[in-house]
Design a protein around this ligand. Sequence first.
Ligand SMILES: Cc1cc2nc3c(=O)[nH]c(=O)nc-3n(C[C@H](O)[C@H](O)[C@H](O)COP(=O)(O)OP(=O)(O)OC[C@H]3O[C@@H](n4cnc5c(N)ncnc54)[C@H](O)[C@@H]3O)c2cc1C
Length: 407
Amino acid sequence: MAATSPPNYTDIAIIGAGPHAMTVVTHLLQKRQQLRQRLLVFDPSGTWMQQWQNQFSAFEIPHLRSPAVHHPDPNPYALRQFAQSRSHELYPPYDLPGTLLFQDFCQELIRRWSLQQHIVAAKVVRIEPIKPNLRSRFRLWLDNLDHSIVARRVILATGSGTPQIPAWVQKIASPYPQDRLCHSRHVDLRHLQLHGENILIVGGGLTSGHLALGAIARGAKVILMSRRNLQEKLFDADPGWLGPKYLKNFWAEPDWETRAETIQNARNGGSLTPAIMLQLRRAQRRQNIKIMEKCQVLSATWHKAWQIICDDGSKHECDRIWLATGTKIDITSEPLLTEIIEHYPISTAKGLPVLDPHLRWAGCELFITGGLAALQIGPVARNLSGARMASERIIPALWKPSLAFSY
Ligand SMILES: Cc1cc2nc3c(=O)[nH]c(=O)nc-3n(C[C@H](O)[C@H](O)[C@H](O)COP(=O)(O)OP(=O)(O)OC[C@H]3O[C@@H](n4cnc5c(N)ncnc54)[C@H](O)[C@@H]3O)c2cc1C
């Protein structure tokens, strides 16, 4: 798709070109090839999987956390087949795909499904609900093109919310260099010289583990601080959430608040894999890392270095602080939903929208895949497995007239 000349109208607009969008598109094309001509995908990078690749490279992550059956192709065995001559890139204990293997596989999907032709290199800055002839439509405003596009249906696949910033950060009174305190989303290990530095990493999830090991490999000493005891788990959420074992009761639960609580409990903050935990313990024995559990920062002051006071009374000095504190997923953290919320008010539970079973926003043809769909999909909504589950819900509503929204 030529970036300078997108059409004025599209049937289906997908916002974002990450693994969730890719999963929707491959599943859609498998069901209905003829929808190919009616499909545009918007992403500022102008290419597929840019954000995914950036985050894996920036944290130097060697392999995925999820097993090889989870990926954007409709055939669950496709990645395993692709890896036939590269089986050494499937890591134990459950064939976790290596980062490069997964990226090459996704490139192969882009080629095989001819996905690049659908991409418009633009950020959608506004979704304006419009009602020509009393039918719900959307005008998508693009940042870099002097252009707007009307879409009949929109699928929101913009990823993982806004960074969660602890309250003590807002209270820092002293000016400080911006690069000395940042959320993990803005850390890129590849560009950093850290030899001889002390770094405080806040958070107990896998990202804090990756960043700690990356910093230590560059000659830094690390304090890893978590407000809870570190949790050791193979996966983000128990695999029982991938099928009826847990989902049967979850779907039977009529109270949305209870569902939202169940999701929080199932993800239970962040966790570290046994392999990363092993490496951290090894680094601890070599005194390259100090692990502080059940501990929180009370205050931080910058004076040539950070002076930190914690709630256990301890004091620390460090050169940088990295916040591996995760992201906030709720409808107010997605600016594109502002006007949708105004025009089509929706019930929420803990900030998550109550979508219909096809992940459709109440009253219009806007569909959501990703963490925001968790009240229907469950705790794995943001993961690759959740992308497949979301596609299976959304796609029938795109091509079966009986499931279309009735005005
Ligand atoms: C470091 C890390 C490792 C992970 N590893 C795994 C794993 O091994 N297995 C697993 O199942 N899950 C994993 N996850 C969780 C999840 O699968 C990923 O976060 C995944 O990237 C989510 O896919 P997505 O398509 O929703 O979002 P993203 O990959 O973030 O893609 C969203 C895209 O939307 C675009 N976009 C955003 N706003 C706009 C806009 N306004 N207009 C146009 N485009 C826009 C962005 O540019 C981006 O390209 C991991 C997450 C992280 C952070």
